[in-house]
Design a protein. Structure first.
Length: 575
């Protein structure tokens, strides 16, 4: 992203950076990083971190690395690495060649672990994972020291080297930090630094069978890369003492500092990668890029723009305490962006045939319509008009209620960019009584744009010409989840086993009407060559994007967002 495009913002992190630069800490350098784990696709919550890290680096004349914390090969795939790179680039950010991996440092991390052992600060423990959990204690009771805690330095070095050599099975032994089993912070009760995991790594293959834990790898990666300010979400606040312990115990000069900020939580949205993976693997969605998913791949496929997501992240700001943002705020950001950019077209989602009885049967005339009234440079387009049209089913009512200003028997409306028509009669299905056709007459002197033709009527309808309209598929989306609030944090969801009852509760929150597919929709012929990813406003219906499932002569549109702008009213009125 061009630094000139970055919005300079003030928040508590920027204030810390300002104080550090004034004190010449780190020689005035500002160096950040975005460190995703390649165990899933990025979601809208990660976008906040991406924008924050790259944005702060740009506005302070600093640097920002992209780093993959690939310390758990059992969950990591090359697919996720490729998707993350694509997502960060799509958002408009560039790491300037500073692409790193935790696996770049495995050898150095191992040598630093040997230093800890030599200094009596780490030991090899034979307790099982379950025993380690039991020995750890609780928030109200101190932990119990491992019977292997007082092994000699020589024995620990020998066992750790044999762990690396592959002599022991998975879970047989771990390397633990020797800190304080009575610490009120459970993360300091001799945390595990290395575990045995005989799994092939996407980058290092079978070279390693021991892998560092995140809490050990994270501070060292930051140090090796010269990071100054290491930004994490609030669930890592209790891990900061361990972050500092690793750096200080190794006596590393000018250590980076960890700073926590509130993660993004959205209503009707799940932010746990484990939950999202569950949706994908359980077949509840059609993949990581399903347009209902909060992943950046899903939002991109649905039609969201990177500008709208960056704008959203800038507007919600950076806070020290967790809160929940209404998902309508995000929708308002894409709506505002598309209102300025998206061409206007006419599309009919639920067609109802309309026949203009007094219009010449074989005549097709070309009318003009504005491509975007918000953009005078967008120009105009030709729209065919004929005797047989289609309108929305909801735009005709045989017995209209009060304040209904659309088409009804004996009532006049204007067809957008065309003529005023008057409903004269209907044709119904004999068996069901459903209205099949609406017959009308038109006023030839009322054509839009014709001098003296702009007499006023209360309703204006969109339409398409039957002979020239394109049949398309439209996919309508509602929220994937009903009123859902997460009960666990991202980090907990990745590390702790899931309870069956919790799973069932989560699945019950899925919205059974989150996706509706309409196969008989009609759009004007100007969209015949609409490229995949192009976005349009269907007049009076909402914003739509051409989906990659489109094939020649059969377009597929995803609904991006409706035209309802209720959230902007809330922003303006405060109610």
């Amino acid at each position: 992203m061009d630094p000139q495009e970055v919005k300079v913002s003030t928040n508590f992190i920027q204030e810390i950076i300002d104080r550090d630069r004034k004190a010449n800490k780190y020689g005035g350098r500002v160096h950040l990083r975005f460190p995703p784990e390649p165990n899933g696709y990025l979601h809208i919550g990660h976008a906040k971190s991406i924008c924050l890290n790259f944005g702060l680096a740009a506005q302070n004349g600093g640097l920002c690395n992209l780093r993959f914390d690939d310390t758990n090969p059992s969950k990591e795939e090359a697919e996720y690495i490729a998707s993350i790179i694509e997502d960060v680039r799509w958002l408009g950010f560039d790491w300037g060649g500073r692409l790193f991996y935790a696996s770049d440092y495995f050898e150095k991390m191992y040598s630093y672990a040997l230093r800890l052992i030599e200094r009596g600060k780490a030991y090899v423990c034979d307790l099982s994972p379950e025993e380690i959990r039991r020995y750890r204690g609780t928030f109200t009771e101190p932990g119990k020291e491992s019977p292997y805690r007082e092994r000699s330095v020589e024995e620990n070095l020998d066992l750790f080297q044999r762990m690396r050599a592959g002599e022991f099975s998975d879970g047989a032994r771990v390397l633990r930090a020797k800190i304080d089993m009575a610490s009120p912070n459970l993360n300091l009760r001799d945390p595990v630094l290395y575990r045995i995991l005989k799994a092939s790594h996407p980058r290092t293959g079978d070279k390693w069978c021991i892998y560092p834990m995140y809490d050990y790898a994270h501070p060292l990666e930051d140090y090796f890369e010269g990071i100054t300010h290491s930004l994490c979400t609030l669930e890592f606040e209790d891990h900061r003492p361990l972050y500092e312990w690793v750096l200080n115990t190794l006596n590393l000069p000018d250590p980076p500092q960890q700073i926590e900020f509130a993660r993004l939580n959205l209503t009707n949205t799940v932010m746990s990668k484990r939950r999202l993976r569950q949706l994908v693997e359980g077949g509840y969605v059609e993949g990581w890029d399903d347009p209902r998913m909060p992943t950046l791949a899903g939002l991109r496929r649905r039609g969201y723009t990177p500008q709208s997501i960056r704008d959203f992240c800038d507007r919600i700001g950076v806070a020290k305490s967790n809160s929940v943002v209404d998902v309508r705020f995000l929708e308002n950001c894409i709506r505002e962006d598309l209102n300025k950019e998206a061409p206007r077209v006419m599309g009919i989602l639920h067609p109802l045939k309309l026949i203009i009885d007094n219009y010449p049967e074989d005549q097709v005339e070309e009318l003009e319509g504005e491509n975007n009234p918000e953009d005078p440079a967008a120009g105009k387009r030709k729209i065919p008009f004929s005797r047989i049209l289609y309108i929305e089913q909801e735009d005709f009512c045989k017995a209209p209620p009060p304040q209904y200003f659309r088409l009804a028997p004996g009532r006049e409306v204007r067809l957008k960019n065309a003529y005023i028509i008057k409903a004269e009669g209907v044709v119904k299905e004999e068996k069901t009584g459903e209205i099949k056709e609406v017959h009308c007459t038109y006023d030839p002197e009322s054509r839009s744009g014709k001098p003296g033709a702009e007499r006023k009527v209360k309703g204006t309808l969109h339409w398409v010409s039957a002979g020239q309209a394109l049949k398309v598929e439209v996919r309508l989306y509602d929220y994937l989840l009903l009123d859902h609030k997460e009960k666990i944090t991202e980090e907990q969801s990745e590390e702790q086993p899931e309870e069956q009852a919790e799973t069932e509760d989560f699945i019950k929150q899925l919205n059974p009407r989150s996706r509706e597919v309409l196969t008989d929709c009609l759009v004007e012929p100007s969209l015949a060559r609409a490229p995949v990813g192009s976005r349009y406003q269907f007049i009076r219906k909402g914003y739509f994007c051409v989906d990659p499932d489109s094939i020649p002569h059969k377009l597929v549109f995803n609904q991006i967002v409706s035209l309802r702008d209720t959230w902007s009213k809330v922003l303006k009125t405060g109610s």
